[in-house]
Design a protein around this ligand. Sequence first.
Ligand code: CUA
Length: 158
Amino acid sequence: MHMHKYEKIWLIFGTAALLFFLTVLGVSAFYMGNQPPSCLATVDPAKVTEEKPFSEPGLHKVEGEEWDYELVFVASAFVYNPGHIEVPKGAKVKIIATTTDVIHGFAVAGTNINMMLEPGYISEYVATFNKAGEFLVLCNEYCGTGHHLMNSRIEVVE
Ligand code: CUA
């Protein structure tokens, strides 16, 4: 079979690019541990507000963990609890969130924090806020008529 020279080059380029990106993906996922926020932890969605840590939403100082604080959020149509929270600048914070009703999003504008909150599952993400200021938390999963009103604020203070 005769193949044009440019076609050969293009095929080699395509295959090499595919192998390159699969390698990058593999190294990132298995060597550097970049995996989606865990959905391994579960909670009964009907009893979220009665169970720890969701019975006390907000910021809690913790000892003996890799992070300094745990920031607990409970989402429901169409609010986050807490609606506003202050976080000390530079602190390592583990965000722990879930929802009591439908799927909500949890995206913090201007950061890498972007989680899906699913009923029955606990979403977690460890982040350090190195920049002072106010960060808007937004719901980026359509959840009903009040979806566009759903927000919270994380204020990073010195
Ligand atoms: Cu909650 Cu959209």
